[in-house]
Design a binder for this molecule. Structure first.
Ligand code: T46
Length: 135
């Protein structure tokens, strides 16, 4: 399952007059239809977010500002990514446990997801996650 995790390059347009960069997330850039957008900010450096898996939801995370680390676990193996660029999206398929940490000052984590909010889609207990993966 971790083999499906990937970094997606978000196309960007840099103004030739030096007035900045514009990044565009269009239909073909993300491997699912976006149903919801939310973002994390004001996260203290000592905080951990996530601590769950989703049964169905597919997700792309982007560090719009600053940086943070995402630890991913599919029940068999682990990997981690540090996001620090607004033109890189981390695609996370469903059924992957995630923890997010090491938020830099001012970090903003944009989340593009395939589903509307549904608490029943969360697995918030790691033992339940391992059982869910075996079933
Ligand atoms: C993920 C990481 C990266 C809502 O009421 N509506 C919403 O759309 C969302 C996303 C959350 N909530 C409520 C549910 C919880 O009571 O807000 C509270 C915190 O949500 P959650 O536990 O999902 O927060 P994080 O920051 O731990 O996780 C979020 C995403 O939900 C999750 O998919 O992977 O960011």
């Amino acid at each position: 399952m971790l083999s499906k995790v990937k970094i997606i390059d978000i196309p960007e347009i840099t103004a030739p007059d030096g007035s900045g960069t514009l990044a565009v997330v269009e239909k073909d850039c993300i491997p699912f239809q976006i149903k919801r957008v939310y973002y994390l900010y004001n996260v203290p450096a000592s905080a951990t977010r996530g601590g769950h898996a989703h049964k169905k939801l597919l997700q792309c995370l982007v560090a719009l500002n600053g940086s943070f680390t995402i630890k991913l676990n599919d029940g068999n193996s682990e990997t981690s990514y540090t996001l620090d660029s607004p033109n890189k999206a981390l695609f996370i398929p469903n059924k992957i446990w995630r923890d997010m940490e090491n938020f830099s000052k001012g970090a903003i984590c944009l989340s593009l997801v395939s589903e509307e909010y549904d608490e029943a889609d969360y697995i918030r207990n790691y033992k339940d996650f391992l059982k869910f993966k075996k079933d």
